[in-house]
Design a protein. Sequence first.
Lengths: 343, 343, 323, 323
Amino acid sequence: MIIFRKRGGGSLSAKKVKEKKGLNKYPRTLLEQFYRTMLTIRSFDKKVEEKFLAGEIPGFVHLYIGEEAIAAGVISNLSREDYIQSTHRGHGHTIAKGADLKRMMAEIFGKKEGYCKGKGGSMHIADLSIGMLGANGVVGGGFNIATGAALATKMQGKNNVSVVFFGDGASNRGTFHEAANMAAVWDLPVLFVCENNQYASTTPYMTTTSVENIADRAAGYGMPGVIVDGNDIFAVYEESQKLIDRARRGEGPSLLECKTYRVKGHYVGDPERYRTKEEVDKVCESNDPIDRFECTVLDGKLFSREELDAIKASAGKEVEKALEFARNAEEPEISELFAGVYA
Amino acid sequence: MIIFRKRGGGSLSAKKVKEKKGLNKYPRTLLEQFYRTMLTIRSFDKKVEEKFLAGEIPGFVHLYIGEEAIAAGVISNLSREDYIQSTHRGHGHTIAKGADLKRMMAEIFGKKEGYCKGKGGSMHIADLSIGMLGANGVVGGGFNIATGAALATKMQGKNNVSVVFFGDGASNRGTFHEAANMAAVWDLPVLFVCENNQYASTTPYMTTTSVENIADRAAGYGMPGVIVDGNDIFAVYEESQKLIDRARRGEGPSLLECKTYRVKGHYVGDPERYRTKEEVDKVCESNDPIDRFECTVLDGKLFSREELDAIKASAGKEVEKALEFARNAEEPEISELFAGVYA
Amino acid sequence: MREITFSQATLEAMDEEMTRDERVFVMGEDIARQGGIFGQFKGLPDKFGKDRVKDTPISETAIVGAAIGAALTGMRPVADMHFADFMGVCMDEIFNQMAKIHYMFGGQRSVPMVLRAPDGLINQAAAQHSQSIEAWFMHIPGLKVVIPSNPADAKGLLKSAIRDDSPVIYFEHKALFNTRGAVPDGEVLSPIGKAKVAREGSDVTLVSYSHCMGLSLKAADILAGEDVSVECIDLRTISPIDKETILASVAKTTRLVIAHEAVKQGGVGAEISAIVAEEGIDFLDAPIVRVGAPFTPVPFARPLEQAYRVTPEKIAEAIRGLF
Amino acid sequence: MREITFSQATLEAMDEEMTRDERVFVMGEDIARQGGIFGQFKGLPDKFGKDRVKDTPISETAIVGAAIGAALTGMRPVADMHFADFMGVCMDEIFNQMAKIHYMFGGQRSVPMVLRAPDGLINQAAAQHSQSIEAWFMHIPGLKVVIPSNPADAKGLLKSAIRDDSPVIYFEHKALFNTRGAVPDGEVLSPIGKAKVAREGSDVTLVSYSHCMGLSLKAADILAGEDVSVECIDLRTISPIDKETILASVAKTTRLVIAHEAVKQGGVGAEISAIVAEEGIDFLDAPIVRVGAPFTPVPFARPLEQAYRVTPEKIAEAIRGLF
Ligand SMILES: Cc1ncc(C[n+]2csc(CCOP(=O)(O)OP(=O)(O)O)c2C)c(N)n1
Ligand SMILES: Cc1ncc(C[n+]2csc(CCOP(=O)(O)OP(=O)(O)O)c2C)c(N)n1
Ligand SMILES: [Mg+2]
Ligand SMILES: [Mg+2]
């Protein structure tokens, strides 16, 4: 088990808290964005879980709950023209990139108004119009796609970046190696973001991975490898910002390893026989990224409880609306089955 | 271009030379083996080149000329029960492991008496009876096979090792990553030997590879990575011995990068438009592994010129015999085409 | 006879073969700690130890490559592919190494290993988790490819595959794992390379395999009510193919339909059809009809997936068209 | 008309398309410094710069994956596979990503890219460097698969492939690169999805493609001397298949033979045969015969490779058997 940084205690003065965390440099709108994004992801995935368990959602669904600080922190550094490449656990990245919750939920429900007209489902949501290159049902299937987007960016003379999210498990795929080497040797603007949530499905990270930190692998490609507390959105934001800026300056790719923990089962419905409830509970209680954010901004007196609650309520409402939309949306017509095999 | 170690000059006394190179610890039989193996490889591949150019040998042929110290040095540490996994450039490894020159040459000629009954050719020679698991036409195709042999060894309670040779180019295949991680996480007795001959076919190493040294990648798997002058058989022998012994003790895999240079074209017939003749000549003149061995043992007065010449002559004679055998051998019958699809 | 699930049948096969031969071991992703996605490895780690039931990294080239290396050096590995959809990751290992080593090295050493590949449609799993790609492997010399449709053959073919000295790919349909069927007590060995007449009939031959076999039997039931007597053949092995059984049946019935879940174009059905068009065309009183999926990736939404699927009704309809 | 080699024809296609559209670029192993193994990229780096003609690491998943990513974001990549034999390495990228993205994402974005794959027998290159694996790709919805037999179509199909918005696999037979043929000056665009009647005849339809097409034409010559009139169809595209041209020809000739270099079992020939057995069986006066390689890996030794090969004589012999 990794040791997470302790969250700032309530004993410091608000001024001290702000200084310690360097909060002064954060515009209020950005802090609000952090919070709103994390909460939207959280309530979206809670709703998805609920509706999956109620039998309304089919297929395979993987929740991002507990890892919100990573997507929200990293993607806050990106513009619409930057690219992200996601995974099977993709709702969080997609929401953070600014996707429409209604079309996401409709897709998860398999409806015609969904992002993929109901043909993709949870594991295949994409929104090319906002640079979201797609979730991916193949673990490690996205590394090289991200590299290619960065290559295009470079050839087109733009200064956008391409961020690829991947799990600890995915780091053992050969595609990681090939993409990292190519990105490095061609100095491509790629940020490899490892969400090390300690598990690949049933398998604890250290039983399948030959290094302590995935970030230690970066040196083998001549790129920087940075480790960050993935449940501290401030740390994630700041470290990823440095690496993204570096990429934009044409200095090539880098790897950011975010240490986190998968508090939910691998997929909704996972019997989780491979770990104890105590192990999970400990993290939930002490290290929730949203709790930690709340403590920090409350301690720093940047937001009041009421203000936070209002944001929370509004995020929840958006998710409710998305759910309503998805439920009421129509199923695709059968003719859609045959459409779109070729462009 | 890498800088090779200079060879010992003739100005030192024989005693000094022996001390400096640590030659005292080498039994004469081992030195003779070094020399004989390197020479056999050299004259075998020269003969193959000659006969290929004369139109007697078909297919694709890749020569090991100039890299003999690696196969000879590493494999001198192995027993018949240890495994090696080779590449498309496999004659050197195969000879060093003790294969029958006649059956090798016959295979290269496509004859019935060849190792593979003429069905494999140069790129597919194997001798399972001596632990030679096969050349491989797929670059990077052998990493995982070697890992599997090491796994078997471990499960069978033996203390054998599995050595996989691979090129600088092959180091960028995803299979390297997957094999290295698996070998390391399971502590398998594998030695990864990179023959960094500066080129992958037409492509200079540094234009496709994101690190200075392949050995730098070892740390990403938590394994030792050692660099050695691949044209110095003493250095190769000693460094590989340490890593092989380590593997035998159950301490897991490691990576040895041997810096060398491909003095011949990628394959026989390569027009070599991607480099200058001067570049090649410089290495041939100053850094030939056989020349360097000769200088050292002559300087150290361990062998006389006449003794060396006698060994050379006898190696040459073996190759001549192999050639005669191959030429006179029969072609396979057509029925052989259909045999052996299933075991 | 006792009835057990398909999943239990495979588990018994593993258990018996691992007990019989200590060179047999199994590796794959997520098989040891939770017993496999379909419970198909449950209890094996406790009985045989984590050394013989190995959880691997997510490294399909390493799983298959290492199995090849171990098979070459005295072991008899079973490698689990998690989902058949991921076989593309290790396709080079499968077709350039595993399939060819025995032949290419002149028969020096065999590669006795089994690749287990759960395939097919289940649960709206969508484009990357629902595929049936068995046809690729029938086009690769050196591989044997088996594909059981029921618990008895699931057990019998897995046991035979483990004992075979050639590499065998064992497709097991995800939707079959929970189905039940009669399995004899004791040693069950189904022959590799032999199809089975699953139901005798006289008017038309219906060739199928895997999950689609059950649908074919249902189609035969439907048609029995319409006075069409369908002879159902369960291929069981798709490479090498058992031509004799198929040709003998068509000689009797004079009509042939082939049904499988995979997309029709370039599927196993094409080969069966071509064999009969080449060696038994004179038996035929009707066109040879194939029923398979349309030429699209597998869609997610329920109505689309439903429309994509082969059903007993679609098979029955194809057969009706022959009369 | 001027005659150029197949290799030059592909070079002209690249040159013209790269000139026409600056989004087109090409990457692969060993293509820039020496112009490709078959000279098929010679001069392009000088004309278009190393940025648009990129030498890559030996990383097939990166080559294809990066091409997909670039295609999704506004480029039109051509990726070179060196030898088709290495497509197993990036099979996952090909079938799970490249082929499916357009459909699976609901048509949001296309993946306009071309995979160039030199395939087939040449020079006793043995089991891992001689393969014809096109049949796998006709079983993958979402891909177009073209496979020219002569310089004119080599140019025309490559240009059409580069302009197509769907991913296209372009198989180019290694033994064809040095062959010469007439190629019109100026713009040459061969339609994807259209077969061509390469020689008219009345007694039997002979369907082929790629290198085997030339052998088929030779077989037709041989048979012309025996008063058998062979209609030769060059498929050119194997997915989507041009059924109409084949069925129309069989309707006229009443006999069908299919010849390809790939192993017969599970090959493209099976699909062609099955289409006709399904939709045109009444046209037939004889069995449908397929000529292909035996079910073995490609052997190295000359006499074995020779025996393995499809030849004009073998094709002619198969046709004689129909009368
Ligand atoms: C190539 C491939 N192999 C196996 C799987 C099955 N699978 C899906 S998710 C998963 C675990 C992924 O773990 P990790 O990369 O750590 O991501 P996490 O689920 O923890 O976010 C596995 C093995 C797959 N989808 N693709
Ligand atoms: C997977 C794969 N990709 C490409 C090739 C073509 N190829 C054969 S040898 C070679 C270069 C290999 O370079 P390296 O690994 O450095 O070995 P060297 O030839 O220098 O010994 C290439 C690209 C291949 N055989 N296999
Ligand atoms: Mg994980
Ligand atoms: Mg090299």
